[in-house]
Write a protein that binds this ligand. Structure first.
Ligand SMILES: Cc1cc2nc3c(=O)[nH]c(=O)nc-3n(C[C@H](O)[C@H](O)[C@H](O)COP(=O)(O)OP(=O)(O)OC[C@H]3O[C@@H](n4cnc5c(N)ncnc54)[C@H](O)[C@@H]3O)c2cc1C
Length: 424
């Protein structure tokens, strides 16, 4: 599938960097969850010092090109950019992507010190959170044992994020440090978390989210009903993707629903509709991501609760939706969808994609650690759970957030683990 981001040239990047107002106390940096020294990297780029630019970003976020592509900059750094009031904000995300991809092309790699500790720390999950722990500890000479149940490294960005938003080659290049710096990857699913916690001085849980939520309505098991993450993974894979022809309806309102709709179009769907149970203001998908879907020609329908999948010849023939109206806020603070009696609508389609979120896997509960609102409860500064020496971060703790948030969690945990190792 084609790369959705056209390549940029150095001339453009230097000109864009030169528009930066070099604020005394840059608001963009406060908007960056990773706290990247944006002013420093832009200043380095302006003077064509690529090495300086990339290391300024890597100090806070090792996934330079990846986050340049997938971070919701419009909701974070660029939203706070002072240039916004004057003209358009500086294209910080695109500049970061440019720096990251040029660094890959020019082979500008992190130089790691000789290992000084090995086999003392276990990291479960090679997603952004676990990899951040591995990277920032390796920079200090600590080599972790990395446990990953999948063949591919990278977690969701490595398998599920559409390759037209994040080409595999970009992520693979940013993860090459694992093999190159001698971090052992144990390709196994950790089942006995207690045994692991007893064997290592520190354990980090970066297991992400678990099982995709199903739909409990008649017809939900029909042929032609797909889970979004499985479909996205399939579409990214080596084997030929399915070819679709007729219309597709995507059920859900998050970023996964948007990605699934874009993939459905690329698989050949004649029309794609996203039906979301709540109102537009409640939709969790980022605004810029929603805009992307609209530009692709996807139709968005709000306040539609799925009540059935229609069948013809044993396959999907449509979805039945019930219109709803916004009610009182629920525990998440968002207005509930209250179905309107007798107000039904049927949309004919050949495929239905379920993008209804994921539930957490519960293996970590066997550790007896305290639970927070989503996953394990952690100290937000150290990411340590209620059991000393056991840390957690990323989607497992947040219930589903961003790549950059997972990196921040991993970096914080790495700092705390270093202190723990020093004290022992
Ligand atoms: C479709 C989709 C699109 C998204 N788009 C964006 C985006 O554009 N921008 C953005 O910032 N975020 C996006 N996100 C969210 C982002 O991908 C996640 O927030 C991020 O990947 C979380 O990282 P993590 O390391 O916590 O978990 P994950 O990425 O889920 O990684 C967890 C890893 O742990 C492994 N694992 C789990 N349990 C075990 C075990 N017991 N033993 C061994 N290994 C185990 C898993 O196999 C996996 O590799 C998107 C998510 C989805 C689903």
């Amino acid at each position: 599938m084609d790369d959705a981001f056209p390549p940029q040239r150095l001339q453009w990047a230097v000109a864009e960097a030169s528009r930066c107002l070099m604020c005394e106390d840059p608001p963009c940096q406060q908007g960056c969850l990773a706290g990247v020294d944006i002013k420093k990297f832009i200043r380095a780029l302006k003077s064509r010092n690529l090495r300086g630019a990339v290391s300024a970003i890597r100090d806070s976020n090792f996934l330079v090109a990846t986050c340049g592509r997938v971070c919701p900059q419009g909701e974070l750094c660029e939203k706070r950019c002072s240039a916004t009031g004057l003209a358009r904000p500086i294209a910080i995300g695109e500049l970061q992507r440019f720096v990251g991809e040029l660094a890959i092309k020019d082979g500008i790699k992190t130089v790691f010190p000789e290992p000084r500790s090995q086999g003392e720390v276990a990291v479960v999950g090679a997603g952004p959170a676990g990899l951040a722990v591995a990277y920032y500890l390796r920079r200090e000479g600590v080599v972790v044992d990395l446990y990953e149940r999948h063949a591919l490294l990278g977690g969701v960005p490595g398998r599920v994020l559409p390759v037209f938003r994040l080409p595999r080659a970009v992520l693979e290049a940013e993860l090459a440090f694992v093999a190159e710096s001698g971090i052992p990857v144990r390709r196994e699913e950790v089942k006995d978390f207690g045994e692991l916690a007893g064997r290592y001085k520190a354990v980090f849980l970066g297991c992400g989210l678990g099982v995709s939520r199903g739909l409990d309505v008649p017809g939900a098991a029909l042929a032609g009903v797909h889970q979004a993450d499985g479909l996205l993974e399939l579409a990214n894979g080596e084997s030929p993707a399915p070819r679709w022809t007729g219309p597709t309806v995507v059920l859900g309102g998050g970023n996964t629903a948007i990605d699934a709709s874009a993939v459905a179009l690329r698989l050949g769907s004649s029309k794609v509709t996203i039906a979301y149970r709540r109102g537009e203001a409640e939709m969790p998908a980022w605004l810029e991501h929603r805009q992307f879907a609209l530009e692709e020609g996807v139709e968005l329908k709000f306040l539609r609760v799925p009540v059935g999948v229609l069948a013809a010849g044993g396959r999907v023939a449509g979805v039945r939706l019930q219109r709803s109206e916004p009610g009182a806020p629920d525990a998440s603070g968002r207005a509930q969808a209250i179905p309107i009696e007798g107000a039904f609508e049927e949309i004919p389609c050949e495929q239905v994609i379920l993008a209804l979120g994921n539930d957490l896997d519960g293996g970590w509960r066997a550790l007896g650690i305290d639970a927070g609102p989503k996953g394990p409860r952690v100290d937000p500064e150290t990411m340590q759970t209620s059991r000393p020496g056991v840390y957690a971060g990323g989607d497992l703790v947040s219930g589903g957030a961003t790549v950059v948030q997972a990196v921040v969690d991993g970096r914080r945990a790495a700092r705390a683990i270093l202190q723990r190792l020093a004290l022992q």
